[in-house]
Ligand binder design. Structure first.
Ligand code: BDR
Ligand code: CA
Length: 312
């Protein structure tokens, strides 16, 4: 499968990149960055550090948008650490960032493709929305977007909204109303794959550099949830997107209509999921526009992640 990954590393983005770079089924055409968890500058550094950790200094990393469409950038250093890769100190990257802007990379690569490149998004949807606005014919060239974002229920950055959608709800609105086949992996799904201490220990036991770094990242990432929220570990959001592409049978999905709240200040960025049964919900007035992942097989997910990290 040919794949472009748009991301904002970020601890869980980093684990997702390691999983993708360890997976022979995936041909990673390029990685575009978008501001989100930390500043774009740090994200570009983090992305290259992770590619080098995975033994892929040949990966193509493109700088994308440094801020959302309309709103000021909200970041998440309290979750990911000041660097965005809390828990590890990796060597300065030596590989270069590509000279092309991420939005132009998306447009040029997808328009020149045979319509066979899947898009995985792990951060705010700013780059994808701007690409769609600049080149509307992209709609016919993207067979599938698998995105981490949203929630059927509770949010995580506000009671109503999940972080990636909240940071750029207007971009999310553009993408969810584009007509491109979407799979949405939201908090309800990622909360079924908690990085508990025993799962982190299994990753650490691989005893290679990538797995040791992954275990340290996950230990840092889980601290807040374990100490304050009394969860057994951190929900592991972004790697679900890559795992879904590799092994979709680990996930239960259902077609729904998803609308993005872009007017209410208290619910800004909420994903309103119409939960009627069938692919045409609300008697056809709101046709389904996304396959929404409901839950994951956590044991299968951690087996896959642990086994793939062992190969790096
Ligand atoms: C999402 O927000 C970010 O902080 C994570 O990297 C993930 O993409 C989870 O809400
Ligand atoms: Ca992310």
């Amino acid at each position: 499968m040919k794949l472009i990954i748009d991301c904002d590393p970020g601890v869980d983005d980093a684990i997702a990149l390691l999983l993708a770079l360890a997976s022979p089924e995936l041909e990673i055409v390029g990685i575009s960055n978008v501001a989100g968890n930390v500043s774009l500058e740090r994200i570009q550094k983090n992305t290259r550090q992770i590619c080098e950790l995975a033994g892929h200094p040949d990966a193509k990393v493109y700088p994308g948008c440094a801020r959302p469409l309309l709103r000021p950038l909200a970041t998440a250093e309290e979750v990911h650490g000041a660097s965005g890769l809390g828990g590890v100190t990796l060597p300065e990257p030596t590989m270069a960032v590509q000279p092309t802007h991420g939005v132009d990379f998306l447009i040029d690569t997808l328009m020149n493709s045979a319509g066979d490149i899947t898009l995985a998004t792990l951060g705010p949807l700013t780059n994808v929305a701007i690409a769609l606005i600049k080149e509307p014919r992209l709609v016919g060239k993207i067979p599938h977007i698998v995105l981490m974002g949203g929630s059927i229920g509770q949010g995580n950055i506000t009671p109503s909204a999940e972080f990636n959608i909240y940071v750029d709800p207007h971009a999310a609105h553009v993408v969810f109303s584009s007509g491109i086949p979407l799979t949405m992996i939201g908090l309800n799904a990622t909360h079924t794959v908690m990085s508990t201490p025993d799962r982190i220990d299994r990753i650490r036991a691989n005893d290679n550099a990538a797995s040791l770094a992954a275990a340290d990242l996950l230990t840092f990432y889980g601290k807040d949830e374990r100490d304050h929220l009394k969860l057994p570990g951190a929900p592991l959001h972004d790697p679900c997107v890559i795992a879904y592409l590799i092994q979709p049978d680990l996930f239960e999905v259902h077609p729904y209509h998803v609308e993005i709240e872009i007017t209410s200040s208290s619910s800004m960025g909420r994903t309103i999921v119409s939960k009627a049964e069938g692919s045409d919900v609300d008697n056809g007035t709101h046709p389904a526009n996304a396959n929404v992942v409901l839950r994951a097989d956590a044991a299968g997910f951690y087996d896959l992640l642990t086994q793939r990290l062992a190969t790096l």
